[in-house]
Design a protein around this ligand. Structure first.
Ligand code: ADP
Ligand code: MG
Length: 305
C-alpha cells in the first residue's frame, strides 16, 4: 500500500466526520472480520428514562419518591446513562436532592456516597448491580421477594439497579433505553461486508437479547453481564480463536477493550477515555459512520493495489 493512497483515505474519512489516528489504521481495518459492539450508547441511544422506583419489602425508606431522591443524590456524581436518568426523573418529580459527599464509583458495578438525611446525619447510599450491592451488604441482604420484583422488571426488558441505604436493601430502580433508528440497518451492512457482529454489555441478559433481536444479532453472539475487565477478555478470546477484531464503544468501561482490539472505534458522543483508547473516532453517535469507516478502508486499499 502506498502512503499516498492511505493518506487520501484518511482525508476522505475526515470529510465524512471520521477521525483516523494514522494512515496505517485504515490498513489494519481492512482485515477485520469480527465486530464487537457495546450495547449502551453504541447500539442504543444510551438515553435512559426512569420507568420504576420501588421500595423493597422492609425498606428503611418511607416512600418511593424518597428512595428516588436518595439514589439521585448519589447518581448526581456519575456520568453513567443510568445515573443521568435517575437524576432527571428526580428533577421531573420536583424532588430536592439531598447533599452528598464522599462519592465513589466502581466501573460496571455502581456508585455510593454519604447522603444528608435531613436531620443533621448522613446515610451511606449505594446504587448498582446485584454483585456490587451484594459485595457491600452480603449476599443474604437481597430477599427472595425483593429479587422477584427486580427480576420481573428485567424480564420486561428494563435495566434494574438496587438501592441500599445504611447497609440495608431499600429498593430498586429500573430504566429503559431505546435502540437507535440506524443501528439495525448499519449492522445489516456490516454483515453483508462479511463481518460477524457480536453484542457485549454489562447489562442483564434479558435486555441484551431484546436489543440483539431488534438489530439482527444472533442470540449466541450476545455476551451479557460482563464486567468492564471482561470486555477485554471477550476481545482477546475472539483473537485467540483467529478473529481480527474491531471493537466499537463509548464508555470508560469500553476503553481497555478498545485498546486491545485490532481496531478500536469510539463514538464521538462517548467519553474522552474511550476516544483516547481508540484508533478511529466517529464524530456522531451513529453506527452508520462505523460502516463508512470500514468501507472506506476496504475501498482505499482496493484503489491503490
Ligand atoms: P454497558 O456495558 O451496558 O455500557 P456498564 O458496564 O457501564 O454497562 O454497567 C454495567 C452495570 O453496572 C449496569 O447495568 C448497572 O447495573 C451497573 N452500574 C454501572 N454504573 C452505574 C451507576 N452509575 N449507577 C447504577 N448502576 C451502575
Ligand atoms: Mg456504553
Amino acid at each position: 500500500a502506498t502512503p499516498v493512497g492511505l493518506l487520501a483515505g484518511t482525508g476522505r474519512a475526515s470529510q465524512l466526520g471520521i477521525l483516523v489516528r494514522g494512515p496505517e489504521v485504515l490498513e489494519d481495518s481492512r482485515t477485520v472480520d469480527t465486530i464487537v459492539l457495546d450495547k449502551t450508547g453504541t447500539v442504543t441511544r444510551g438515553e435512559m428514562r426512569l420507568a420504576e422506583a420501588a421500595r423493597a419489602p422492609g425498606s428503611p425508606v418511607a416512600a418511593d419518591d424518597a428512595l428516588l431522591a436518595l439514589a439521585a443524590a448519589v447518581e448526581d456524581g456519575s456520568e453513567h446513562p443510568i445515573a443521568r436518568a435517575v437524576v432527571a426523573a428526580a428533577r421531573e418529580r420536583g424532588l430536592a436532592l439531598p447533599e452528598a459527599v464522599d462519592f465513589a464509583s466502581e466501573a460496571g458495578g455502581g456508585v455510593h456516597a454519604l447522603v444528608a438525611d435531613g436531620h443533621g446525619g448522613r446515610l451511606r447510599v449505594a446504587v448498582g448491580r446485584g454483585s456490587f450491592i451484594g459485595s457491600l451488604l452480603g449476599p443474604e441482604a437481597i430477599s427472595a421477594d425483593a429479587a422477584a420484583a427486580f427480576e420481573a422488571s428485567e424480564a420486561a426488558g428494563r435495566t434494574a439497579v438496587w438501592v441500599a441505604v445504611d447497609g440495608r436493601l431499600a429498593g430498586h430502580l429500573a430504566v429503559e433505553d431505546t435502540v437507535r433508528e440506524t443501528s439495525a440497518d448499519a449492522i445489516g451492512r456490516l454483515r453483508r461486508m462479511g463481518l460477524r457482529p457480536l453484542l457485549v454489555t454489562g447489562d442483564n441478559a434479558a435486555v441484551a437479547r431484546a436489543v440483539a433481536a431488534q438489530v439482527g444479532i444472533a442470540a449466541e453472539d450476545v455476551v451479557a453481564g460482563v464486567r468492564p475487565e471482561d470486555k477485554v477478555a471477550v476481545v482477546a478470546r475472539l483473537q485467540a480463536e483467529g478473529a481480527t477484531v474491531a471493537m466499537v464503544g463509548d464508555g470508560v468501561n469500553d476503553a481497555p477493550a478498545l485498546a486491545r482490539a485490532d481496531v478500536g472505534i469510539a463514538m464521538g458522543t462517548g467519553t474522552d477515555v474511550a476516544r483516547q483508547a481508540a484508533q478511529i473516532t466517529v464524530m456522531g453517535s451513529d453506527l452508520t459512520q462505523v460502516v463508512q469507516a470500514l468501507e472506506l478502508s476496504q475501498r482505499t486499499l482496493g484503489i491503490i493495489r
